[in-house]
Design a binder for this molecule. Structure first.
Ligand code: BGP
Length: 467
C-alpha cells in the first residue's frame, strides 16, 4: 500500500485566462492572447469556465471533494489594465472576494502573479524581451504583496520555459515567432531576473507567507544510452527547457555546462544572449530565498541526434502521430518508443517525474521544498450519464502520485500535488476539446459535473492512500 503524508496538499490548478472568462468587463485590460486567439485559432477565451462568476460553485465543489489547495493566478491586466500606473479597483475587489471564498471553503490559495498573460500594452513593446517589463512586473508584484496580505503562498511565474518556447520557438503563443533561439534564452533570462527581483523584494519587506516559482520540467532521455550523439541531444534539450532556468533559480548563474550548451545552440542558429553586468548579482541575491519550487510535469521526451534544419509541427487538434520536433544543432524527438502517449503526442512516463524530483534534490541542494503544481491527462472526455468515466485519467494520476510517494520515501521534500485542472478549462493552443478537469464543464450552460476521477481523488485526499 502506498500512502502520502498526512499534511500533503491535494489540490486542483487553474489559471486566470483559461478559467475566468469575463475578458471585457469590470475594467480588465486586454492581453495579447485576446487578439492572437481571434486571429489564429478556432476559439477564444470567452466564456472559458466563467470562473469570474462561478468561483463560489467551484470552491464549494472543492470542499465537497476533499480538495484543500487551489492554484489561482491573478490576471495582471485586471489590476493594472495598462500593465502599470492606474489601478483598476474592480479587479482588486474581485481577487479579495475570491480569496475570501477560498478560506471560507478551507481551500488554501496558491497564487501566481503571471500565468502567460502579460498585458497587451507591455506585450506589444516586446514583453519580457524588453527590460522595462521586468520593472513593471516587480511593481505589479509589490502592489499585490501589499494589497493581498491574506495570501500565504505566492508564485512569481508559471512556466518561464514554455513561455519562451511557445512565443519564440514553436510559435504557437503570441507573438508567434518561430525558431528564434536567442529570443528563447533572452526571454528565459529576463523573466528569471524579474522573478529574482520580486522574491528579494518580498523577503526584504518581511511579508509573511512563502514565495516560489513554477517551472515545467519535462524529462529528456537519450534514445540510445550508448550513443553519445543521442546523449548530447538529450542534454541540449534539457538545457533549453530545464537546466537554464533551474540554474538561474538555484545557482544564481549559469553553470559552465549550461553556458557551453547555450553557446553551441546560438552558434549554430545565430543570435546572442545578452547578460548585463549586474544580472548575476540580481539572480544570486534570490537563489537561497525561494521557499518552494513548483514542478509542472506532464511528459518526458526521447531524443536522438539530428543533422538538419529546424522543423516543429504542433499537434493542436489531438491527431495522434502528427507532432514533429527537430531542432538544428540540438536533436530530434523520437515518438516511436515503447511508452504510451496522449492524442496530442505527449509521452506518458511517470518515472520521468521521479527522476526530475530527484535531479532537483541532487543538483540543487538549496531547494527547500517542492510542490507538484501541475500534472494531469488531457483527454477528449465523453460526457455520459451526466458524468465522465475517465478511468484513463485516474490511472494517469495514480501512477504519478505513486512515484511522488517513492521520491518522498527516497528523501525528497514534496509537500503537495495540484491536479491540472480543477474543472475543465480551455487549452492555450488546443482549445476546449482538450479537457483535464476533475469537474466536467458544460461550456454552454456553465454547469459543473463531477467526473469519476473526482470521486476517486476525494478518497485519496481523505485517506492519503494511493492504491
Ligand atoms: C501548462 C500550463 C497550463 C495548461 C497545461 C496543459 O503548460 O501551465 O496553463 O495549459 O500546461 O497544457 P495544454 O493546455 O497545452 O494541454
Amino acid at each position: 500500500m502506498k500512502k502520502l503524508p498526512k499534511d500533503f496538499i491535494f489540490g486542483g490548478a487553474t489559471a486566470a485566462y483559461q478559467a475566468e472568462g469575463a475578458t471585457k468587463i469590470d475594467g480588465k485590460g486586454r492581453v495579447a492572447w485576446d487578439t492572437y486567439l481571434e486571429k489564429n485559432y478556432w476559439y477564444t477565451a470567452e466564456p472559458a469556465s466563467d470562473f469570474y462568476h462561478q468561483y463560489p460553485i467551484d470552491l464549494k465543489l472543492s470542499e465537497q471533494f476533499g480538495i484543500n489547495g487551489i492554484r489561482i493566478s491573478i490576471a495582471w491586466s485586471r489590476i493594472f489594465p495598462e500593465g502599470y500606473g492606474r489601478v483598476n479597483e474592480k479587479g482588486v475587489e474581485f481577487y479579495h472576494k475570491l480569496f475570501a471564498e477560498c478560506f471560507k471553503r478551507h481551500v488554501e490559495p496558491f497564487v501566481t502573479l503571471h500565468h502567460f498573460d502579460t498585458p497587451e500594452v507591455l506585450h506589444d513593446k516586446g514583453d519580457f524581451l524588453n527590460r522595462d517589463t521586468i520593472e513593471y512586473f516587480v511593481q505589479y508584484a509589490a502592489f499585490c504583496f501589499e494589497e493581498f496580505s491574506e495570501v500565504n503562498y505566492w508564485t512569481t511565474f508559471n512556466e518561464i520555459g514554455p513561455i519562451g518556447d511557445g512565443q519564440y520557438l514553436v510559435g504557437k503563443f503570441p507573438p508567434g515567432i518561430e525558431y528564434d533561439f536567442s529570443k528563447v534564452f533572452q526571454s528565459h533570462h529576463n523573466m528569471m531576473l524579474a522573478h529574482a527581483k520580486a522574491v528579494k523584494l518580498f523577503k526584504e519587506k518581511g511579508y509573511s507567507g512563502e514565495i516560489g516559482v513554477v517551472h515545467a520540467l519535462p524529462t529528456k532521455y537519450p534514445c540510445q544510452l550508448d550513443n553519445p550523439k543521442d546523449v548530447r541531444a538529450a542534454e541540449l534539450e534539457d538545457i533549453i527547457h530545464n537546466k537554464f532556468i533551474l540554474d538561474a533559480t538555484y545557482l544564481g548563474e549559469y553553470s559552465k555546462d549550461t553556458m557551453d550548451g547555450v553557446k553551441h545552440i546560438l552558434s549554430v542558429n545565430g543570435g546572442e544572449l545578452v547578460i548585463e553586468k549586474d544580472d548575476f548579482t540580481i539572480l544570486r541575491a534570490a537563489k537561497d530565498l525561494n521557499d518552494f519550487l513548483g514542478i509542472n510535469y506532464y511528459m518526458s521526451d526521447w531524443m536522438k541526434s539530428f543533422e538538419g534544419e529546424t522543423l516543429i509541427t504542433h499537434n493542436s487538434k489531438g491527431e495522434k502521430g502528427k507532432a514533429v520536433y527537430q531542432l538544428k544543432g540540438v536533436g530530434q524527438r523520437e515518438f516511436n518508443v515503447d511508452v504510451p502517449r496522449t492524442d496530442w503526442d505527449w509521452m506518458i512516463y511517470p518515472k520521468g517525474l521521479y527522476d526530475q524530483i530527484m535531479r532537483v534534490k541532487r543538483d540543487y541542494p538549496n531547494y527547500k521544498k517542492i510542490y507538484i503544481t501541475e500534472n494531469g491527462l488531457g483527454y477528449k472526455d465523453k460526457f455520459v450519464d451526466e458524468t465522465v468515466y475517465d478511468d484513463a485519467r485516474i490511472d494517469y494520476v495514480k501512477q504519478h502520485l505513486s512515484v511522488i510517494a517513492d521520491a518522498i520515501h527516497d528523501g525528497a521534500n514534496v509537500k503537495g500535488y495540484f491536479l491540472w485542472s480543477l474543472m475543465d478549462v480551455f487549452s492555450w493552443s488546443n482549445g476546449y476539446e482538450k479537457r483535464y478537469g476533475l469537474f466536467y464543464v458544460d461550456f454552454e450552460t456553465q454547469k459543473r459535473y463531477p467526473k469519476k476521477s473526482a470521486y476517486w481523488y476525494k478518497q485519496v485526499a481523505q485517506t492519503q492512500i494511493i492504491d
